[in-house]
Design a protein around this ligand. Structure first.
Ligand code: PLP
Length: 395
């Protein structure tokens, strides 16, 4: 089969993958169709935190698939309450709204918080405003790209959804200045992932929590990438001991076996929704719930969050010894690590291609940043394997 040619001939051209065709995965490893083995340092953009094809999640998936897959929410299913209970206990949340993709969770949060703005906060009709950050990534729908600052994500897709205002990331003062009487929410990633693993200064999360409290503004943390252990805590908000009013999770909520996302919130906000006002055919289906329950279970039982913190530090320290003068900075929290080259001079993609040729898969984000985000089951030996290859290729 000529994979490259058929994909480019028959498929839409909206991705530019590395030229490797995978057909098997296990833990941190994946294999291509020729039997070559690679360490996965992307983890499907952090959806595969639990490692590829985790046996317990596979078991939950196959068992549930043979019993009951989809009922729609017109009827109840016996997995949903367990999913709610286990997720709320784990994340200390009050309410859950289950969806499928991350973008749907973001859209859901926007709808909920707008309704809250009108019904509870008393904002005048159609005036509600949500503040977001420059260089954000929250997904790909029309409304979400309406508040993106990435020209490639927006060009040619207008007209856009109004009601958003963008401020610099990591700047609490800018948030304070941007809030008006019509502001209902501030939505932000605790660490900007697609922007290149941008970590805000210490105290930023605490500051935005305080500012939102003082102004009756809902704090929405998009933890779709940072959540579920990626940064060495279950949720990245824990690094500063704060709690968001709404938290968005997805990606690793299923360990990569199925699309599952969720909006978590405190009761008051979610209670603005009434039957018929929002929903999803697949959201909260028994297969999704069974898979997510298993994915959360192994994350906790196998101490993957703790391992992420420990291995992340080890990986980062190893990367700090790189001698290549083009390396501007390595930074990270847990196993969410960014390696930034001096701009203009460096094509990170070329490095990613060489790393692939040497047995390590990762992906550039922007032209000059590589993100390293292996599954959270990586051992010290795995990280040494990665460091060896990176040292060989980057120097
Ligand atoms: C991946 C991602 C999304 C979108 O998730 P999809 O499942 O691709 O729709 C939203 N926010 C963040 C921070 C992400 O990393």
């Amino acid at each position: 089969m000529d994979y490259f040619e058929i994909e480019s001939k028959l498929g839409a051209n909206n991705y530019k993958p590395l030229d490797v065709v995978l057909n098997r995965g296990e833990g941190v490893w994946v294999w291509d169709v020729d039997g070559n083995r690679y360490m996965d340092c992307l983890s499907a953009y952090s959806a595969v935190n639990q490692g590829h094809c985790h046996p317990e999640i596979v078991k939950a998936l196959t068992e549930q698939a043979g019993k009951l897959s989809l009922t729609s929410r017109a009827f109840r299913n016996d997995q949903l309450s367990f999913f709610y209970k286990e997720l709320c206990d784990l994340t200390n949340s009050h309410k859950v709204l289950p969806m499928n993709s991350g973008a749907e969770a973001v859209e859901t949060a926007i709808k909920v918080v707008r309704k809250w703005g009108y019904k509870t906060k008393g904002i005048a009709e159609n005036k509600a405003e949500i503040i977001v950050c420059d260089n954000n990534f929250h997904g790909r729908t029309i409304t979400i790209v309406s508040f993106s600052s990435d020209q490639g994500a927006r060009d040619g897709f207008g007209p856009f959804t109004p009601g958003f205002k963008s401020i610099p990331f990591g700047d609490a003062k800018a948030l304070e200045n941007a809030i008006t009487e019509n502001t209902i929410a501030f939505m932000v990633e605790p660490i900007q992932g697609e922007a290149g693993v941008i970590i805000p200064r210490d105290g930023y999360l605490k500051d935005i929590r305080r500012i939102c409290d003082e102004n009756n503004v809902v704090l929405i943390l998009d933890e779709i990438q940072t959540g579920l252990g990626r940064t060495g805590k279950l949720l990245a908000e824990e690094h500063e001991g704060i709690e968001a009013d709404m938290t968005l999770i997805g990606k690793a909520l299923s360990g990569g076996l199925y699309p599952v996302s969720a909006v978590l919130s405190n009761t008051e906000i979610m209670d603005v929704l009434n039957p018929g006002e929002h929903g999803s055919t697949f959201g909260g289906n028994p297969l999704a719930c069974a898979v997510a329950r298993a994915a959360l279970g192994v994350l906790v039982r196998e101490k993957m969050v703790e391992n992420s913190a420990e291995m992340g530090e080890y990986f980062l320290n190893g990367l700090k010894t790189l001698k290549n003068p083009l390396v501007k900075e390595v930074r990270g929290r847990g196993l969410m690590i960014g390696l930034e080259f001096i701009p203009e001079k460096t094509n990170a993609r070329t490095y990613c291609e060489s790393l692939k040729d040497n047995g390590l898969l990762c992906k550039e984000t922007h032209k000059n940043i590589i993100r390293f985000a292996p599954p959270l089951v990586a051992t010290k030996e795995d990280i040494d394997y990665a460091l060896d290859i990176i040292q060989g290729v980057i120097g």
